[in-house]
Design a protein. Structure first.
Length: 351
């Protein structure tokens, strides 16, 4: 057997994290443990979970240090919230790719990776200080000369847990049992209402954010409603130096009319909406997440809990979505990406 190590990075919540952030972090820790056992069963030599609060260490530096200390033949690296819907066969595919030898890599997504398998891991000694795993496949392909394969067609591998709404979409009881009392009710109600819009052939559904061509095709095939898509800022987390700042068409309207206008704007466009607010945050505060409202505020916004948000701009935006005349669901990339199938499924069973 080829020596393949798996590294799972788990960000711990901030020291003064709120109830929602603490709950999300605990759920991701459970997913990390599930991956630990799953990758061992799939043939990994060992699995290491590194947990801790962000300390300024770049992803690239952390990966170099791990490879230098462990020196595996192949490596699989992922975040604790990555591909929570993965099967044993999915994990085995990453183990096999890491152990294949030569210069080969496998990622769940070439342009915004959450999990990457790298053969001949010693080559990662030349990895620069990438800020996140999103850009690793591009560096492997363009700089290190690797043949990179992506599993973008397996939508379930692109779904990850970045916030509380993703846990709601996944519908795993074990991950929801510890949610703060009453925190999920409004988001679940609005998801059901937007799902009803998608099944109405007389209605128009607005989807705004980092929607892919595959997601748009799925909407056209699988929903009865018409689709109005605002596709914006795909890949903004992997921007290179010199690129223009994050800009959003919907964000420009909010600049003009204020965040309290969100509901009225979307009401003019359709009967229901799914909105990737991370694009709006990037437009408003810049691409660097460290300049955004704190995670507890963002997570409360995902659940439409406006009264729990300290940042005035985000509180106003969330209040507008909550009080709009049409159902609006706010979230991150998964909501308008691989999570579309979960958000709009007619039957959303609990497991």
């Amino acid at each position: 057997m080829v020596d393949v190590a798996v590294l799972i990075l788990h960000p711990a919540p901030a020291e003064r994290a709120g109830a929602i952030e603490t709950w999300v972090a605990a759920a991701r820790a459970r997913i990390a443990e599930r991956h630990r056992a799953g990758f061992l069963a799939a043939g990994a030599s060992d699995v290491t979970v590194i947990a801790g609060r962000p300390d300024g260490t770049a992803f690239g530096a952390r990966l170099r240090a791990f490879v230098d200390a462990r020196r595996p033949a192949g490596l699989v690296v992922l975040g604790s919230g990555a591909m929570p819907l993965a099967t044993r066969a999915d994990r085995r595919a990453f183990i096999d790719a890491a152990g294949a030898g030569g210069c080969r890599a496998l990622a769940n997504n070439r342009f915004s990776a959450d999990v990457v398998a790298v053969s001949t891991a010693v080559n990662l000694a030349a990895l620069p200080d990438l800020t996140s795993d999103n850009a690793l496949p591009r560096w492997l392909s363009e700089v290190a000369g690797y043949e990179v394969t992506a599993l973008g067609r397996r939508w379930r591998l692109g779904f990850d847990i970045d916030g509380p709404l993703d846990l709601v979409l996944a519908r795993r009881r074990a991950w929801l049992d510890d949610a703060p009392d009453g925190a999920l009710d409004l988001a679940i109600e609005r998801l059901a209402a937007v799902g009803a819009v998608a099944r109405d052939r007389h209605a128009e559904l607005v989807v705004s954010g980092r929607l892919s061509a595959a997601g748009l095709a799925w909407l056209e095939r699988s929903t009865a409603s018409r689709t109005r898509a605002l596709v914006e800022e795909r890949g903004f987390r992997t921007r290179r130096a010199g690129q223009r700042p994050v800009r959003s068409s919907l964000g420009l309207l909010l600049d003009r009319d204020g965040p309290s206008a969100l509901g009225a704007i979307l009401h003019e466009l359709g009967e229901g909406a799914l909105v990737d607010t991370r694009v709006l945050l990037g437009h408003r505060f810049g691409a660097d997440e460290r300049g955004w409202p704190v995670p507890e505020d963002r997570y409360a916004s995902d659940l439409l809990l406006a009264d729990r948000i300290a940042d005035p701009w985000l509180r106003s935006l969330t209040t507008a979505a909550r009080d709009a005349e049409i159902p609006i669901v706010l979230g991150g990339h998964s909501l308008v990406g691989p999570g579309l199938r979960l958000a709009l499924a007619r039957e959303r069973s609990w497991t």
